[in-house]
Design a protein around this ligand. Sequence first.
Ligand code: AMP
Length: 114
Amino acid sequence: MSKTLFEKIAAREIPAEIVYEDDKVLAFRDINPQAPTHILIVPKMPIPRIAEAEAGDNELLGHLLLKAAEVAENEDLKSDGYRLVINNGRNGGESVPHLHVHILGGRALKWPPG
Ligand code: AMP
């Protein structure tokens, strides 16, 4: 299987501004930011999308969300708030088939999304 875009970023084959990394997850700045702070946090294991996650991914997904909150706090987003987004499939707006959580902050975000 060929590597996903985000696996290539984790392997340093494609450059990105990495803000957090451990053995399970990687966080880096989105190349096309939709807010003053826009970071993607991904599991290093390439689960294609949340709909494909399995019971065995329970711990990894918990870790991913807790680290998303930690990254947001480190980016000074905690007091004003921020949004975590997972796009799933065509109607969800998914464009990269490697599970990722968007961390968006630094401005007031509208709801509902268009
Ligand atoms: P989604 O539409 O939810 O699948 O989000 C994919 C995100 O990946 C988009 O916000 C893109 O801007 C972002 N993206 C695509 N290529 C790169 C890259 N090379 N480095 C960082 N972010 C990227």
